[in-house]
Design a protein around this ligand. Structure first.
Ligand code: BDR
Ligand code: CA
Length: 315
């Protein structure tokens, strides 16, 4: 079965891994890339998305999206993690081609309406564009096949604050709207991505088999590996964004729970994703009439990494 997807993204080194993974998967048709602030500005994310799609020989539409969160001041971009250019400051040549004339939310609305019931939205950054698309046309909720997003954490600690994951803390209001809409959402958060450690050996083997794409990822990832080494004492990096593509290709790689998800929008816990497990009721307000979200809590890390390596090595 071919999965038609739109990737909403802030590339970003692990976003680049996810995008090349999706381009390389025979069972995935990438309908377009939409961009958002986060790791870098929306401008830079758009340039990087255009560069990746041109350079990989997959010139899909790229639509530029939000450069700020819905309701609050933006946080600083994560250039200390991904480099100022988002690709680890390796001087990668930039594409000289045009983006789609539509904004990211318009592109999402048009594409979902043109393919009702068929499009999976894969979100790899702050959820601002998805929330804006819902505002623009609330009916898309019933026409999207699935939203698969990298973000949040329900049992695991956060990576920006003790409770908040980066994509959710960057726009918690958008996150709360996306988790509250009546569409099927699967959350691939830190609960699973912190169980999958990508070591440099995997990228070296991909580079040996696929020198162009593997060479780029291996070079760009050195900055990312440096961050993990210095900030966390970890040898390798967590497999965040690309885990969503593994889920799209093979959901059996993940074990999931269901529950309503709320996102804290202010205070010390801002950006925290909290789950009310399916079947539990609470005497406090705020949990009633919220849809169930599928939350990944278990993952087969060996099979996920092997799917990634096989797919990129075969290009
Ligand atoms: C998420 O934050 C970004 O830095 C990564 O690209 C990923 O989407 C991980 O918390
Ligand atoms: Ca990302």
């Amino acid at each position: 079965m071919t999965h038609k997807i739109i990737i909403d993204t802030d590339p970003g080194i692990d976003d680049a891994m996810a995008i090349l993974f999706a381009f390389g998967a025979a069972d995935i048709e990438v309908l377009g890339l939409t961009t958002v602030f986060g790791n870098v500005s929306a401008e830079r994310a758009t340039l990087n998305a255009l560069t990746l799609s041109q350079w990989a020989g997959r010139p899909v539409p790229v639509a530029k999206g939000a450069n700020t969160p819905l309701m609050m001041e933006p946080r600083k971009h994560a250039d200390y993690v991904h480099g100022q250019d988002g690709f680890g400051n390796i001087g990668w040549p930039e594409a000289a081609c045009e983006r789609d004339v539509r904004s990211a939310p318009h592109f999402i609305v048009d594409t979902v309406n043109a393919n009702p019931g068929e499009v999976t939205l894969v979100a790899l950054g702050p959820l601002t564009n998805l929330a804006l698309a819902l505002e623009l046309d609330p009916d898309i909720a019933s026409k999207v096949k699935e939203v698969v997003l990298m973000g949040g954490a329900v049992h695991e600690t956060g990576n920006v604050s003790p409770v908040a994951e980066a994509n959710l803390i960057n726009d918690p209001h958008a996150g709360d709207a996306v988790f509250g809409a009546d569409w099927p959402v699967t959350m691939i958060g830190l609960d699973v991505t912190h169980q999958v450690l990508l070591k440099s050996g995997v990228l070296e083997r991909i580079e040996a088999a696929n020198p162009e794409q593997g060479g780029f990822l291996n070079k760009a990832a050195q900055h990312y590996f440096g961050f993990y080494r210095e900030a966390m004492g970890i040898d390798g990096c967590y497999f965040h964004d690309a885990a969503t593509i593994a889920y799209v290709l093979d959901p059996s790689l993940f074990g999931c729970r269901h529950g309503a998800i709320r996102v804290a929008t202010d205070g010390l816990a801002i950006g925290q994703t909290m789950m009310a497990p399916e079947g539990r009721s609470f005497p406090t307000e705020g949990w009633e009439n919220r849809p169930l979200v599928k939350v990944a809590v278990e993952v087969d890390d060996v099979r996920v990494l092997s799917l990634f390596e096989r797919t990129l090595s075969a290009q």
